[in-house]
Design a protein around this ligand. Structure first.
Ligand code: BTN
Length: 266
């Protein structure tokens, strides 16, 4: 059974997780958090679930995870920023999650895998998906009133127990380390780091996000396929700009930008 008291006991945060809600089962922690945010829940509220009946992924996909095996949580933030800057928080969230995974495993003397980030914020190990992040915002004019950042991290699921839909494309921390990980301990560790980094980002005006993100990305120069509502194009992953927008080189050598979309390996 999930031990909320232990998670809270190990938190050294002032904002994040101060209001920590654990739900044995819910449709989607992002959906639940959005509702709470609209009702006025404070910044830093965390909604965590043991199981999601319809976890939300990007592009209306479903996020699959068996009960009790993984980290499924959403954080309510109320950053004062324009919508254009939201991408920076989501890129930063991927970097924070990588740092949390690596520092957690290091502190427990476990194998530290190389975790890569795939634009904009998928976490991969050996080309298999370890974690996904879904940011959803409530806007007032062009100002972000609330940002919900949802994290799905595969922790203790293994290739035998994983849902059929993701078996061949996903991995987990236990697959890599061969050890069962204490989910409550990891969640406290992650939330402690998340608050620390979030406050630093707000103080430094998000100045290091792009360079930090690039250190974890191995896609530069790769041939990729871009999938958008208009179809699929083959191109080269060139760079990301100062706002995290993808810059790619199209087949005719032109440099173009992509704000949102999915990229696939060729
Ligand atoms: C993706 O890679 O498509 C993003 C997946 C995000 C999944 C997490 S699980 C917790 C939170 N609640 C949701 O409904 N989705 C996010």
């Amino acid at each position: 059974m999930f031990d909320t008291v232990r998670v809270k006991k190990n938190l050294i945060t002032r904002i994040v997780g101060e209001n920590f809600i654990f739900l044995k089962e819910t449709e989607s922690t992002n959906k639940y958090a959005l509702r709470l945010a609209r009702e006025g829940a404070p910044e830093g509220t965390v909604v965590c679930a043991g199981y999601q009946t319809r976890g939300k992924g990007r592009f209306d996909r479903q996020w699959f995870a068996n009960p009790g095996e993984n980290m499924l949580l959403s954080i309510i933030l109320r950053p004062e920023m324009l919508i254009d800057t939201v991408q920076k928080i989501t890129l930063a969230s991927a970097v924070i999650l990588i740092e949390a995974i690596q520092s957690f495993l290091k502190s427990r003397k476990m194998i530290i895998p190389e975790v890569e980030v795939k634009w904009p914020n998928d976490l991969l190990i050996d080309d298999k998906k370890l974690a996904g992040i879904l940011a959803e915002s409530i806007l007032r004019d062009k100002q972000v009133e609330t940002l919900i950042i949802g994290f799905g991290l595969n922790i203790n699921s293994n290739s035998e127990t994983m849902p059929e839909q993701i078996k061949s494309i996903a991995t987990s921390l236990t697959e890599i380390t061969k050890i069962t990980i204490d989910i409550e301990d990891f969640i406290s560790h992650f939330l402690n780091l998340f608050e620390k980094r979030y406050l630093e980002l707000e103080r430094n005006n998000y100045s290091h996000v792009i360079s930090d993100w690039k250190r974890h990305c191995k896609q530069f120069g790769d041939e990729i396929k871009i999938k958008t509502a208009d179809g699929t194009t083959q191109c080269i992953f060139h760079d990301i700009d100062e706002n995290g927008v993808l810059i790619y080189k199209s087949a005719n050598g032109e440099f173009k930008t992509l704000y949102s979309g999915e990229i696939l390996k060729v």
